[in-house]
Design a protein around this ligand. Structure first.
Ligand code: AMP
Length: 230
């Protein structure tokens, strides 16, 4: 299969991170995750980290220019063959991405949209636990650790992500509906959207995505799928 440049889109808790990680490993793509990059900056207490911490704690989006700058640098660093996981999240970011790709003469091949209903999202985010030591992610309902709330990999006690508290979850969903959901239409109009039923089990979703990417019909300019999957 040719090198793919992909975006993974979906509400918080849709399984974007997990699926992006699996697909990036299977297809040898590099994963670019602004949420992880920003959290590291906050932890390290850098100037950028201090600027963005407040937005992140409240479940609000970090300003477009800051995220676009990070993404521009990351794309420069990793080159083609990538999955953007958690970006773009606004139409302005999507337009910014179009400009960056155009200037490099790179194509976006598909936007994988993980479709999960709201009530399922709230249930999943409330059950999410992360390992503060090695970064492993669990879900107490769908993929619990073997031992209570202890990390399978390194034995640390699992915690909730700060922005997975119920008030912040509601805020993040609101922000998603208002700012990010319009991107479904944006990419559908460009003929790039690949819609996947994200409410299925982790393994089923992974194989749906794999099949969809294998089954894409490329037109002669290789500008993206000519036929949506499913
Ligand atoms: P995530 O881990 O993707 O859920 O991101 C966690 C937080 O980081 C979000 O709630 C935002 O505050 C910030 N963030 C991540 N990606 C973006 C983005 N593309 N645009 C703006 N803010 C972002």
């Amino acid at each position: 299969m040719k090198t793919l440049n992909l975006v993974f889109l979906g509400p918080p808790g849709a399984g974007k991170g997990t699926q992006a990680q699996r697909i990036s490993e299977k297809l040898g793509l590099k994963r670019i995750t602004p949420g992880d990059i920003l959290r590291k900056e906050v932890e390290k207490g850098t100037r950028l980290g201090k600027e963005v911490a407040g937005y992140m704690e409240k479940g609000e989006l970090v300003p477009d220019e800051m995220v676009l700058e990070i993404i521009g640098e990351e794309l420069e660093r990793v080159g083609q063959g990538f999955i953007l996981d958690g970006f773009p999240r606004t139409v302005a970011q999507a337009k910014g991405l179009d400009r960056i790709l155009e200037s490099k003469k790179w194509l976006l091949h598909a936007v994988v949209f993980l479709d999960v209903p709201d009530d399922e999202i709230v249930k999943r985010l409330s059950a999410r636990r992360v390992c503060p030591s090695c970064g492993a992610v669990y879900n107490m309902i769908t993929s619990p650790p073997r031992n209570n709330e202890t990390c399978d990999r390194c034995g640390a006690h699992l915690v909730r992500r700060g922005d997975d508290e119920s008030e912040t979850i509601r805020k993040r969903l609101e922000v998603y509906t208002k700012e990010t959901a319009p991107l479904i239409d944006y990419y559908e109009k460009k003929g790039l959207l690949v819609r996947i039923d994200g409410a299925r089990s982790l393994d089923e979703v992974t194989s749906l995505i794999e099949k969809a990417l294998e089954g894409l019909n490329w037109n002669e300019q290789e500008r993206g799928p000519t036929k949506p999957f499913g």
